[in-house]
Design a protein around this ligand. Structure first.
Ligand SMILES: NC(=O)c1ccc[n+]([C@@H]2O[C@H](COP(=O)([O-])OP(=O)(O)OC[C@H]3O[C@@H](n4cnc5c(N)ncnc54)[C@H](O)[C@@H]3O)[C@@H](O)[C@H]2O)c1
Length: 370
């Protein structure tokens, strides 16, 4: 198969869909890889590295898209890329089609077979191609929180770990899933006093075992959240109700009762945020204040560390890419039910119930349109 890797063109997107080690593995399996010139620059991966790994470096996006049987990307195609669509092309990327009816129309009209990272679901219910970005954002949340707690950045002027004779900072994490657990690891590593609040008692039991007494676990309710926020220096919002908007666990008056110069990092902002006072911000203007409390609500945190994020993402996507290249879309889906869940459009039909429901469209089972 010929695999194409275009340079991402979405605003501020600096990740890339394949790293040089992936090129070598695909070449060894008998495939050809076309990488658009400078595709890896934003992730500090050079054309020379791709060349040495066995890729062909191609000057134009047009040539990459039109010569490839399968295009592997990071973000959903942008309008400038729609003209490259053609029947039978396999597109493997984050698609997030639900709010994008125009892109969906174009994929259907041109009969592109779109496989979306975000809907690939393993048999245990996990979403393996979303997890790596939650790991990155969770770890980053404490790093950015520590930075903004510094006085010159607008915070209270607190060192997370304290020093001998001075108490460490209080870090409160709302939600103990992937983001929350990774935030806890970083905060404990820096010596902070850490509390995780989750509504799942089973999850709290697991966290208690994992961290073996290094943090406090609390069952989620409004009173507990309000009391813990009064003494918090850094609060990380990391709750998720799959498929729904984030619950607004932190009310405006709880923010008003917090210490001046405390910091909240609302990682759940991509689902609307779990603080009533949150609104999405960007890497260019990441923060604002409400009642003297510093808010950081960047909805694409991993974009700040594209080198790490690219490797984290491609570690997870590559095994699926290899299956698609080796067995073709139909063969790979026959072997892996999880990949079937990833197919959002096939041969002019919507093949994912969630995408269809969110856009009020008809959909067909993949098996019925193959
Ligand atoms: N901003 C970014 O750049 C970025 C990057 C990655 C992930 N995210 C987002 O971070 C959020 C968390 O992702 P995750 O992978 O950790 O999800 P997850 O499913 O692994 O964990 C969510 C946790 O929230 C808990 N929860 C749900 N409702 C709760 C409530 N009322 N009170 C307390 N806990 C509650 C669940 O029990 C679960 O343990 C998601 O919205 C995700 O999209 C944002």
């Amino acid at each position: 198969m010929i695999i194409g890797v275009p340079k991402e063109i979405k605003d501020h997107e600096t990740r890339v869909g394949l790293v040089p080690s992936g090129v070598t593995a695909l070449r060894e399996a008998g495939h050809e890889v076309l990488v658009e010139s400078h595709a890896g620059d934003g992730s500090s991966l050079t054309d020379r590295e791709y060349l040495q790994a066995g890729a062909h470096i191609i000057e134009s996006a047009h040539d990459v898209w039109t010569r490839a049987d399968l295009v592997v990307k990071v973000k959903e195609p942008q309008p400038a890329e729609y003209d490259f669509f053609r029947p039978g092309l396999i597109l493997f990327t984050y698609l997030h089609l639900a709010p994008l009816p125009d892109l969906t129309d174009r994929l259907l009209q041109t009969k592109v077979n779109g496989v979306a990272y975000e809907t690939i679901r393993e048999t245990d219910g996990s979403l393996p191609l979303l997890t790596p970005m939650s790991e990155v954002a969770g770890r980053m949340s404490v790093q950015v929180g520590a930075q903004y707690l510094e006085r010159p950045s607008g915070g209270r002027g607190i060192l997370l770990g304290g020093v001998p004779g001075v108490a460490p900072a209080n870090v409160v994490i709302l939600g103990g899933g992937i983001v929350g657990t990774n935030a806890a690891k970083m905060a404990i590593g820096l010596g902070a006093h850490v509390t995780i609040i989750d509504r799942s008692l089973n999850r709290l039991r697991e966290l208690d075992d994992i961290f073996n007494g290094q943090l406090v676990t609390l069952a989620s309710n409004a009173w507990t959240i309000g009391e813990n926020l009064k003494t918090a220096d850094l609060v990380v919002g990391a709750v998720l109700i799959p498929g729904a908007s984030a619950p607004k666990l932190v009310k405006r008056e709880m923010i008003a009762n917090m210490k001046r110069g405390a910091v909240v990092v609302d990682v759940a902002i991509d689902q609307g945020g779990c603080f009533e006072t949150s609104h999405a911000t960007t890497h260019t203007e990441p923060i604002y204040f409400v009642d003297g409390v510093l808010h950081y609500c960047v909805s694409n945190m991993p974009a700040a560390v594209p080198h790490t994020s690219t490797f984290a993402l491609t570690n997870a996507t590559f095994p699926y890419l290899m299956e698609l290249a080796t067995y073709g879309l139909e063969g790979a889906c026959e072997r892996h039910a999880s990949l079937r869940d990833g197919v959002n459009t096939y041969n002019g039909y919507v093949t994912h119930s969630g995408v269809a429901a969110s856009q009020g469209r008809q959909w067909r089972h993949l098996a019925g349109v193959q």
